[in-house]
Design a protein around this ligand. Structure first.
Ligand SMILES: NC(=O)c1ccc[n+]([C@@H]2O[C@H](COP(=O)([O-])OP(=O)(O)OC[C@H]3O[C@@H](n4cnc5c(N)ncnc54)[C@H](OP(=O)(O)O)[C@@H]3O)[C@@H](O)[C@H]2O)c1
Length: 287
């Protein structure tokens, strides 16, 4: 039995789709069943369980019988990972596929990477064989641009000339599904990026063409604006600081690397940003 955390999120929702298309039995862990209502969980082969990574007492029954775990720990800090690892050990899990970040590769490691590094260390220390998925920036981060697009038709650009190769969370999910259901992935670390390098301005141009509307780009002028470009509803101070540092590194063009890992593992190239925009254009048309 595969247990999927983060099932209502960008990666998890796609992973549920992937697993539903295989014959593998799986269980999704959700906090709010209403948010999971549209997940494709085939009756008889997929279960839903209500639990919270903040609440260890809910995890024991949720993890029971799960031999494989997709572990997504949102936000910052280590508590979710600690709680999940304890529950996975109690359940006798034999494989954790963990969503980490390519920021763990930074030298020096940026703050954003240190949280992920410490989470990886906790999982390693558990002795449960693991696969670490280390993606770069997600294409879905473009949804964070919606408030300024809808209010005033512009996107805040925190990184200027810096390029990166955004990845579609659906590709991360496809790799996660492969690692959870296939052989030879225990002990592996997969650095996952798209194949196209973009500045934010270039991304906005593609998005505007797909949405059929003008979208302006405005360079951020303050640290607050940089944070708002990624977390429109605000972020706790430690996360805000890490975000500003991350954009500073992007601006210096240190995040512009690509890997062929998606292509190598899936036997096809990663999805393009234009394709992501075409699928999600409706969200950017209104307002
Ligand atoms: N965005 C990027 O560019 C990027 C790059 C590299 C790595 N990452 C990493 O990717 C992860 C985020 O992935 P994502 O975008 O797929 O996530 P997401 O869309 O933000 O969704 C977060 C998921 O976590 C669940 N969740 C939140 N708090 C929970 C709790 N206390 N107990 C159980 N579940 C909880 C949410 O469920 P509810 O429906 O209940 O809220 C939701 O399913 C983070 O670890 C992030 O650091 C992101």
């Amino acid at each position: 039995m595969i247990l999927v955390t983060g099932a209502t999120g960008n990666v998890g929702r796609e992973l549920v789709r992937e697993l539903a298309a295989t014959g593998a039995p799986f269980r999704v862990l959700v906090r709010d069943p209403a948010r999971a209502a549209t997940l494709p969980t085939p009756p008889g082969r997929a279960e839903r369980v209500v639990a919270d990574l903040d609440d260890p007492a809910t995890l024991t029954p949720a993890f029971a019988g799960a031999d494989r775990l997709f572990l997504l720990t949102p936000g910052i800090g280590l508590d979710h990972t600690r709680n999940a690892v304890a529950a996975a050990l109690a359940a006798g899990a034999r494989h954790i596929v963990h969503l980490s970040s390519f920021n763990v590769l930074g030298d020096p490691m940026p703050a954003m990477g240190r949280w992920h590094h410490e989470r990886e260390e906790l999982i390693r220390a558990s002795g449960i064989p693991a696969t670490f998925l280390r993606p770069g920036g997600f294409m879905t981060n473009a949804f964070d641009w919606l408030p300024t697009i809808r209010q005033a038709g512009y996107v805040l650009d925190p990184s200027g000339p810096g390029r990166y190769a955004p990845i579609d969370p659906a590709d991360i999910a496809a790799v996660a599904a492969l690692a959870l259901t296939g052989d030879g992935h225990r002990g592996q670390q997969y650095v996952l990026t798209g194949e196209e390098l973009f500045t934010v301005t270039e991304q906005v141009g593609i998005l505007a063409a797909a949405a059929g509307r003008d979208i302006a780009v405005r360079e951020v002028t303050t640290a607050e604006e940089a944070v708002a470009s990624r977390f429109p509803h605000g972020a706790p101070p430690a996360l805000a600081e890490a975000i500003v540092e991350g954009f500073h590194l992007m601006r210096a063009d240190t995040a512009g690397f690509r890997t062929d890992t998606v292509r190598r593992l899936l036997g096809r190239g990663p999805r393009t940003f234009a394709a992501w925009c075409a699928r999600n254009a409706d969200a950017f048309r209104t307002g």
